[in-house]
Write a protein that binds this ligand. Sequence first.
Ligand code: NAD
Length: 503
Amino acid sequence: MTQEQVSSPEIGEHEVELFQLLIGGKSTDALSGNTFDTVNPYTGRVWAKASDGGPEDVDAAVTAARAAFEGEWGALTGFERSVLMRRLGDLVAVNAERLARLEVNDSGKLFREMVGQMRAMGGWYHYYAGLADKLEGRSIPTPNPDYLVYTTRVPVGVVAAITPWNSPLLLLTWKLAPALAAGCTMVVKPSEHSPISTVVFASLLGEAGFPDGVLNVVTSLRGEVGAALAGHPGVDAVAFTGATSTGRSVASSAAKNLNRVTLELGGKSPHIVFEDADLRAVANGVVSGVFAATGQTCMAGSRLIVHENVHDELVRLVSERASTLRLGDPQDPATEMGPIANKPQYDKVLGYLRTAVEEGAHVACGGGPDDELGGYFVRPTVLTGVDPGSTVVREEIFGPVLSVYTFTEESEAVRLANDTPFGLAGGVWTKDVHRAHRVAGQIRAGNVWINDYRVVAPSVPFGGFGDSGIGRENGIGAVDEYLENRAVWVQLSGRTRDPFVMG
Ligand code: NAD
């Protein structure tokens, strides 16, 4: 691959492009006129600028979304929405490489992962296009034969979406695709650390033929603009992905307006590895769970709970692979691990590594910054001898750090796995089919993989128990998050009845 191919084709080396807000189908500056820089975490250089929207831009975006909802978009049938969504899915596939490069520039995630993610992402629009024309109500019997009762399913209205920096477009898509199928409109505020791909993606809706205002984007440097959107009196539902602490505040803003909310939050997900497991497959799964995406994934399998008889061998295999991972330029398809996405996150990961050692953990490999590469590179780290009550086991690190501890009995493994406030995901590794399902059925998490890790699909619900969130994205049920049910009563007898008694 030549240098020309690995650098972003849209952004020249010395030219920094400004990406504006998208409101009502028009690219526009923030009302304040302010902008902010976005830094490529690999090069450390500013590679783009975004408009720095404020609460007044949120107002305008919500107004535009409301106008589309009550106007042209709201008048479309599910069949018509479905056609547009299929076109959007096709356009996503055509633009996959371009969108992936924007995300890599913003977040430092690997091109090899993001291009695959972008190619698969069109499938989410196709999947939900298949639901848009199948939103059926029901005819419901009642004890009184004088009535015909049926339900219709109607879109909830304007949705506020707030997304994190680690997979901005996929995590937006998990909200937008079912919301469009339901007939909603949306205002999205992407993360200040990775705002650009969302702006470019939103322009594809216009290209696909969506009416103006169906998706509006307010980029902003300030978290409080997210808060202004989450608590805006003009929105009808809130869909958030991000940290648990932010999720609590988003939920309380939504509650003030009595709005429904979906929250996809953090995790501290366990792998449980039994003695009979194929340890090479486990090592591969563990690497994919905690070092892929530099560990910056909500479903990171960051706790390795391993039977004491295979602990040493598994730690050897994982450490061997971890210490030979190819760190480097995320745009290079041969790279296996990129940098941490931004300075605050880099500092946070290093802080956790110091705490782990202070609390008695042994560093089996990695353990600090990559001195050769510099920048925000942290070496993939395996911590052993970790106390299950220690900070690195209790808290989400969101970096390439694996904490290993042991068990002897199955019940102990389940207890350790569930000893966390989170409940997003988990892995069970064993060749015993009885034990595999028995244990999977006891893990309190929204997603459990048996003999694999980190697999998702549009058709499979994703979300968490406990501090990992509320509601589910993906799957047929996700569309219900964006629909209201209306019951219609039809009087059949034509008689009048006693007005002082409820019918
Ligand atoms: P974050 O909570 O800091 O930010 C997420 C978004 O919320 C950003 O757009 C941010 O600007 C905005 N925001 C900040 N303060 C806000 C406020 N008071 N009100 C409303 N919005 C506000 O999270 P992050 O650091 O961008 O992302 C990492 C976190 O996201 C991790 O905890 C990770 O586990 C979680 N995550 C969860 C999933 C999932 O599906 N469960 C997926 C990816 C990431």
